[in-house]
Design a protein around this ligand. Structure first.
Ligand code: SF4
Length: 372
């Protein structure tokens, strides 16, 4: 389903496209820089705050653009380290943006590594069987402005928490495009949004600290390898053989490992960066020692980092996480091969599996209320 907003979001404009629209509207093009400075540097939340713009220009902007296409509905803070922002879009669709804090040893939460996980679609068409985001199917792609707006909402939240005004987005270590949706299925909007996030007139966030995670859309991985901005790549692998992968990820039928792995290698050789293989450990599905050995061989061949994620139970789905002993035995096979491997431990830290659950719950509550 396509959503055409009544007014285009300002957060989807580049410096050039905004200058062009100003010119076409009979306004001076140089105002584009000032306007975007209000949005990204000074974090203006209304047109009236843009005091160095004339009143007629502010009225023109209001008539032609939506300043913020995503409204904060709810901020769920977990007891440990994950904050979820539930955002509502112009058509009442809900999306999640997640802030994850990973404490560094001995220095506590204040000095934790901070990551923002953003969504690119409402729902998801990839139908991975373990995933809450895919449960309700695909609704629509996000536009570039809606993708960028998620980060501005994180900025607003941080600004409110930090005594010093307007803490920089740069205080975050990473942005991962790993929330709801298959990012590479919404390629053009994603790349436009990332260009805005990266630009000095935008959020100024370094491309090398942005990771795009895909379930394995091979042609798009190859296209991404040709992009100038060097984003990082993560592959949701979750199975080290076609047989296992196909059971849980339908995308494997179109792009089996024989197609996927060479594409990942091509990306990694082109960019000279280590790719990450995400592997959700699901009890009795993909957690055998044989899978660990095959994953080790794949990771060694690709010089890839492996991120093992014990499955987070999703209401309504039968899958379970393996015991800690089983998780450790799996990880040891990779560690023994001296591969770069992480095994997530913290509760509420599993953005892959847990992402989408807050939205799903809220959608159900809405439906129930509407039926009363
Ligand atoms: S895991 Fe990712 S690609 Fe698969 S259904 Fe969920 S959101 Fe989509």
């Amino acid at each position: 389903m396509k959503f055409t907003p009544a007014k285009p979001p300002l957060t989807g404009e580049t410096l050039d496209s905004l200058a062009e629209k100003l010119r076409a509207g009979g306004e001076p093009a140089f105002r584009a820089k000032q306007i975007l400075e209000w949005v990204y540097k000074k974090r203006a939340r209304s047109w009236d705050e843009m005091t160095n713009l004339s009143k007629p220009l502010r009225t023109w902007l209001d008539q032609n653009f939506d300043l913020m296409p995503a409204t904060l509905v709810f901020n769920q803070q977990s007891h440990d380290i994950t904050d979820k922002l539930l955002l509502e879009l112009g058509d009442r669709s809900l999306i999640e943006t997640v802030i994850i804090r990973a404490p560094q040893e001995g220095v506590g939460l204040d000095h934790s590594r901070k990551t923002i996980c953003i969504s690119t679609q409402v729902g998801c068409a990839m139908a991975c069987v373990f995933c809450a985001s895919g449960l309700a199917g695909f609704k629509r792609d996000l536009n570039a402005g809606e993708i960028v707006a998620q980060l501005l909402q994180v900025c607003y939240r941080e600004d409110a928490l930090t005594p010093r005004a307007h803490s920089e987005l740069a205080s975050f270590d990473n942005i991962v495009v790993m929330g709801m949706g298959e990012p590479l299925a919404n390629y053009d909007a994603l790349l436009r949004a990332l260009a805005i996030i990266n630009a000095s007139w935008g959020l100024g966030f370094g491309a090398r600290r942005i990771t795009i995670s895909t379930s394995g859309l091979v042609p798009k991985i190859l296209q991404l390898a040709e992009e100038e901005l060097g984003f990082r790549l993560a592959i949701s692998l979750h199975g080290a053989t076609d047989e296992v992968r196909e059971k849980i990820m339908p995308v494997n039928k179109a792009y089996p490992l024989a197609k996927l792995l060479p594409a990942v290698k091509a990306f990694s050789e082109k960019h000279g960066r280590m790719v990450t293989l995400e592997f959700i450990l699901i009890d009795s599905v993909n957690d055998s020692l044989e899978q660990a050995q095959l994953l080790r061989d794949i990771a060694r061949d690709l010089h890839a980092h492996v991120n093992l994620i014990p499955y987070n139970t999703v209401e309504g789905l039968p899958w379970k996480r393996p015991s800690i002993t089983r998780q450790e035995r799996f990880a040891d096979i990779l560690r023994d091969a001296r591969l770069s491997v992480t095994l997530r431990r913290e509760k509420g830290h599993d953005i892959d599996a847990a992402c989408g659950q807050l939205r799903l719950k809220t959608e159900k509550e809405r439906t129930a209320t509407a039926a009363v």
